[in-house]
Structure formats: structure tokens, C-alpha cells
Design a protein around this ligand. Structure first.
Ligand code: NAD
Length: 337
């Protein structure tokens, strides 16, 4: 039986990956600071550990029987949030220290375990981000450039993006010097059920679904961050998981974009959400809110060529699943009082 370790298994993407790997017949260990918030984990084993500590990284990677190893490690653990968390500047030191420490610890621990056992059998997936792309290529909301090769000369617009770029390079360095097999993807705004939807770390699709769901049937007003003309694309969680599994089962290391090319303005995202909810409302623009770059869209040429994968679900379809799930969350919260 194949074995997989999912780091960050209590988070949004990690908990979905655990489900997928179990469906495929893997034995799965999850590791996180916390259990998943919105459903019980289906991992065979779940360890609550802080990966900023070397001891925890080693404990995550070691299996009880000598000679056993993980076939795959999915590294999602990071200090992460939406624009209200990563673009304000207030959390920069924590984001950089916490996420870089996790990646440094896990790779160095695996390199040492490999040296001790004399084998190299565990392949790593690293979840990088579209936030690594240079700010100057994303000034025109109609025409952003996020081709993989455009990453350098580097100029991400946030410290979160700089840490991701550093850690991408770290994974490639451990591949080069310690032969650890790796695959690296740059995710573009992944969304869907069981993603954070309140509390300050939520991302725009979840935040907008929540704001619209909280409106009375008669309508009202919602607040939009920025002027609403900034563009983005959003990929539904199931498609992200499928692309990641294909990447891990291929010989292609990346870095490669995993995203949707259905680019919309935030105003259009709000329009679609309003249609799904069957609510009409007015909008108030908070122009001094953190918004990130002006325009961003995935470029899928490389992943189409290397893996034959492409996004399929429309934003409207993915958002209707997400809207329904968030509305139900709000209703059950109200029932709990
Ligand atoms: P998430 O915040 O839901 O999950 C991250 C998990 O890491 C959390 O459960 C958190 O508790 C855990 N974690 C943080 N610090 C830890 C520590 N010290 N030890 C152990 N666990 C720790 O985020 P997500 O949306 O599931 O994102 C997963 C990964 O994908 C992250 O690395 C993120 O940067 C990357 N990514 C996500 C998106 C997106 O749109 N969601 C886009 C680009 C990249």
C-alpha cells in the first residue's frame, strides 16, 4: 500500500487532498497545528505538531517500522490568509518566519533521514503561489502576465510571495544537492467548500459569498475591497486536487501554474454571486483596503503541454457549490447561537 504524508492537513487544500488520497487507496498521515474545522479528518493517523520545530518535522516524516517510507509528501503547511492577512504588511515577519521555517525543517529532516537510511524514495509536492509573479507584469487588469518563465527578474508585491519564491528555490536546491524528488506548483486562488470563510484569513470568493449570504432577501449593501475593477481567476478545489495528483504522478517538476484562465473583475465575481443567491443589492467600495496586484490570471499553456490538464468548471458552477456551503455554515452558526 502506498503511503502519503499531508502537511497542513487541517487546512483547506490539505484536508481535500487527504480525502482524495484515501479514495485512491493510500495510507495517509495528516499533520497540522489543528484538526480540520469543517469536517472530520479521514486520515489514518493525524498528528498535531508545530512544523516550525525540527523535532516535529522529523516526527512527521518517520514511520514506526524501520525501512518504511512515505511515497509522497504534500507540503501545504504555511502561515496563510487572504488579502486582509497577507497584504496589510502587519503579519510579514510572522508569515516569512513561520512558512520558511516549516520548509527548511522538513527538507533538511528528509535529507538527513535519506542519508541515514541510504535510500531516496519519498517525493515532495510543494504548493507555491501566483503571488511570486513580478508586480510590474500585473499592473494592467486586462492583460496580466503570469507565464511561468516571467517569474524572473523577481519582484513579488508581498513578503508572502517572496517567501514562496525562496521556498520554491529551496525545494529545487534540495533536489539538486540531495536528489530529493520534487514537484512544484503555483496555485492561483483556489476556492470551494470547506475553505476559510470568516475570521480575517478568508479570500475574496468566500468573503463575497459570506457578505451576500448575510444580506436579507430584500437586499441591502455589501462592502467591496478596492474599486472592484481588479481582475483575478479562481480555480475550484476539486480541479486543483486533480491537477496536483497528475503532476505528482508525472516526471515533470515544474514550477507550473495550477489555475483557471477564466479571468473576471471582482465586480463580475460579485455579479455572479448575486445571481446565484437571487439577491440584488448595492455596493460600497472601500478604496483604502488591501487588494494586491491590479490584474492576475493563470497561464495554462505549460500545464496543458506537459500534463494535458486544463480547468473545466466555470466560475459560476464552482461559486454555486461554495455559496451553498457558506450559506449552510451561516445557518448552522445561527442555530448554535
Ligand atoms: P490553509 O491556511 O487553509 O492551510 C494551511 C495549514 O497549514 C493550516 O491548517 C495551518 O494550521 C497549517 N499550519 C500553519 N503553520 C503550521 C505549523 N507551524 N505547523 C503545522 N501546520 C501549520 O491554506 P490553504 O488555502 O489550504 O493553502 C495550502 C497551501 O497552498 C499553502 O501553502 C498556501 O500558501 C498555498 N496556496 C494556496 C492558495 C489558495 O488560493 N488557497 C493559493 C496559492 C498558494
Amino acid at each position: 500500500m502506498k503511503r502519503a504524508l499531508v502537511l497542513g492537513a487541517g487546512g483547506f487544500i490539505g484536508s481535500h487532498m487527504v480525502k482524495r488520497l484515501k479514495d485512491e487507496g493510500f495510507w495517509v498521515r495528516g499533520v497540522d497545528l489543528k484538526y480540520p474545522e469543517y469536517s472530520e479528518t479521514v486520515a489514518d493517523e493525524f498528528l498535531i505538531l508545530d512544523l516550525r520545530h525540527r523535532k516535529s518535522a522529523i516526527q512527521s516524516l518517520e514511520l514506526p517500522v524501520q525501512g518504511q517510507h512515505f511515497d509522497h509528501v504534500y507540503q501545504y503547511a504555511a502561515d496563510m490568509g487572504g488579502a486582509g492577512y497577507i497584504f496589510t504588511g502587519e503579519n510579514d515577519a510572522d508569515v516569512m518566519f513561520n512558512s520558511a521555517s516549516i520548509n527548511l525543517n522538513i527538507l533538511q529532516s528528509q535529507a538527513e533521514l535519506n542519508l541515514q537510511s541510504g535510500t531516496i524514495s519519498t517525493k515532495f509536492f510543494y504548493s507555491s503561489s501566483a503571488c511570486i509573479y513580478p508586480e510590474q507584469n500585473q499592473m494592467d487588469p486586462e492583460n496580466p502576465h503570469c507565464e511561468e518563465a516571467s517569474a524572473y527578474p523577481a519582484n513579488p508585491d508581498s513578503e508572502y510571495g517572496w517567501e514562496k519564491l525562496f521556498s520554491e528555490r529551496l525545494f529545487f536546491a534540495y533536489n539538486r544537492n540531495y536528489q530529493i524528488p520534487i514537484a512544484v506548483a503555483r496555485f492561483h486562488n483556489i476556492f470551494g467548500p470547506e475553505g476559510t470563510w470568516d475570521g480575517g484569513k478568508e479570500k475574496s470568493p468566500a468573503a463575497i459569498c459570506r457578505k451576500v449570504a448575510n444580506l436579507p432577501e430584500s437586499g441591502g449593501e455589501i462592502e467591496i475591497w478596492g474599486d472592484g475593477k481588479q481582475t483575478r481567476s479562481f480555480l475550484f478545489i476539486d480541479e486543483c486536487i486533480e491537477a496536483t495528483r497528475r503532476l505528482m504522478d508525472s516526471d515533470f517538476q515544474g514550477p507550473v501554474n495550477i489555475g483557471s484562465e477564466e479571468m473576471v473583475t471582482i465586480n463580475e465575481l460579485v455579479d455572479i454571486t448575486g445571481r446565484i443567491a437571487k439577491k440584488s443589492f448595492s455596493r460600497k467600495y472601500k478604496l483604502d483596503a488591501p487588494t494586491g496586484v491590479r490584474g492576475r490570471n493563470s497561464s495554462n499553456d505549460l500545464i496543458r503541454e506537459k500534463l494535458g490538464w486544463d480547468f473545466q468548471m466555470t466560475l459560476e458552477e464552482g461559486l454555486s457549490h461554495t455559496y451553498r456551503w457558506i450559506s449552510n455554515q451561516i445557518k448552522s452558526q445561527e442555530l448554535r447561537g
